[in-house]
Ligand binder design. Structure first.
Ligand code: EPZ
Length: 419
């Protein structure tokens, strides 16, 4: 996609936010759930689907693979339409890495499939070796050539698979493949992100027998599946981004997000920085401190601090008193936003996997460029904190994961608009 499609998000800072914001459905739960509809020929109704480019791309993928998809606002109905195809084309996979999630569902249903390799992106090479290792354990013969994964099998067989790393995508792909694998599959050291558990809940609603015990998932070969009507949880990372925004300039924000349990690590860190936070079944209420305190953050798989909120958090720490150390343990190059933040006056030194952030009295607005989704969000937050005009380009990155972020922040009192 064209990075400089001209649109810019402009922020005249500093802004003090006040009011309530709601978030849309979880992008990273909906994407695997849409892929999982390939497992069944029954009707699937998925509700609380956000209006994001990534979702539209996944819907196009389902249509190419033989599904009929009707979308009405945030409700998506998926039904069988033509015979299931076995090829996921490169032009869609390169737009949406998560398209690789169709591989597991297809592998369980077709003896021959061809899925384009996703390739890397700004935050890392994004390998899929763990996905392929698990599918081989289930009996798939896999070759990689010409940028495609070619998978053959005479039907998958249940297996015991140990994931060397609790990969979100590998867990999701292997759970979906196991639904049609003969017998029983035990997947160990799985990811436990809430979005992964949403996929598990969706499959259970569909009639798949799955047992969850800590980070081990046991999946049984499914018999007759049934139509499913599932409402997806709200987006944890969007909610976390607004939570971080609520810590800036002594803002006071209510986030209408009922699953605050899924953001415990972030809430704890915000409290360490001096924020006053309370939660109830309706949402999260934050009052930012007059002066932010520095802290240490280390990203890790759930329930640790989510890597997707590392970039927004650095924007908050840029004006915290003292020196903060953020260590990104998940992706190999997820600091592209730091160079942009330094253009706004932030003092950041990258040392190996860590970013050493020396708090400054204030940031100043500047033209900056989003290089990836969460890095783009961090530049907007920095623009809220900064004195003067910030112009964020590379807006399409941001729109992939945040529904109505400009309108939401404007409704909270920010002086922000799109040009
Ligand atoms: C999912 O990506 C999310 N995407 C990411 O969100 C999120 O950052 C990530 O999980 C971690 O929580 C979706 O859910 C669509 P991983 P995924 O497999 O599945 C290595 C966002 O901003 N790895 O857990 O790709 C990999 O290189 C996006 O919404 C292997 O080495 O994450 C990475 O270093 C960004 N081999 C680490 O594991 C493999 O086979 C985490 O990857 C697979 C992964």
């Amino acid at each position: 996609m064209n990075n400089n499609n001209g649109k810019k998000i402009i922020i005249e800072g500093p802004s003090v936010l006040k009011g309530k914001v709601d978030v849309s459905g979880s992008k990273n739960a909906v994407l695997p759930i849409l892929a999982a509809t390939l497992i069944t020929d029954e009707r699937c109704t998925v509700r609380n689907v956000p209006d994001l480019g990534d979702i539209s791309t996944m819907i196009s993928m389902l249509e190419i693979l033989g599904k009929k998809v009707n979308r009405e606002n945030s409700c998506v109905v998926i039904e069988p339409f033509k015979d299931l195809k076995g090829e996921a084309p490169y032009d869609l996979v390169k737009k949406l890495r998560a398209s690789i999630l169709v591989m597991g569902a297809l592998a369980g249903r077709k003896n021959k499939i061809r899925v384009a390799l996703p390739g890397g992106c700004a935050i890392g090479t994004r390998p899929i070796d763990l996905h392929l290792k698990g599918l081989r354990k289930m009996g798939a013969e896999i070759s990689v050539s010409g940028g495609f994964v070619n998978l053959r099998s005479r039907g998958l067989a249940g297996a015991t698979i140990y994931l060397d790393y609790p990969s979100v995508g590998a867990t999701e792909n292997l759970v979906m493949a196991a639904c049609h694998a003969k017998g029983r599959s035990i997947i160990e050291n799985t990811a436990r992100e809430p979005e992964v558990m949403q996929l598990v809940d969706f499959l259970k609603e569909m009639g798949v027998r799955i047992e969850v015990s800590g980070n081990t998932l046991t999946v049984y070969e499914s018999g007759k599946l049934k139509p499913v009507d599932f409402t997806v949880m709200d987006d944890r990372i969007q909610a976390g981004t607004y939570l971080v925004a609520g810590g800036i300039n002594g803002s006071q924000v209510e986030i209408g997000f009922k699953d605050s349990w899924s953001l415990e690590a972030v809430i704890e860190k915000m409290i360490e920085c001096g924020a006053d936070i309370r939660t109830d079944t309706g949402g999260i209420y934050i009052k930012g401190p007059d002066a932010l305190k520095s802290t240490e953050v280390r990203t890790s798989p759930y329930p640790g601090f989510p890597t997707d909120l590392q970039a927004p958090f650095i924007s908050l720490l840029a004006t915290a008193s003292g020196v903060s150390v953020i260590t990104e343990e998940i992706f190999e190059s997820r600091y592209l936003h730091c160079a942009e933040l330094m253009r706004m006056g932030a003092e950041i030194e990258i040392k190996g996997h860590s970013a050493i952030v020396t708090g400054v009295r204030g940031l100043s607005g500047a033209p900056v460029t989003a290089q990836d989704l969460r890095g783009g969000a961090s530049l907007i937050l920095a623009g809220l904190a900064a004195e003067g005009r910030t112009e964020v380009s590379g807006v399409y990155h941001i729109e992939r994961g945040y529904e109505n972020i400009v309108e939401n922040l404007r409704n909270l009192g920010a002086n922000i608009w799109e040009e």
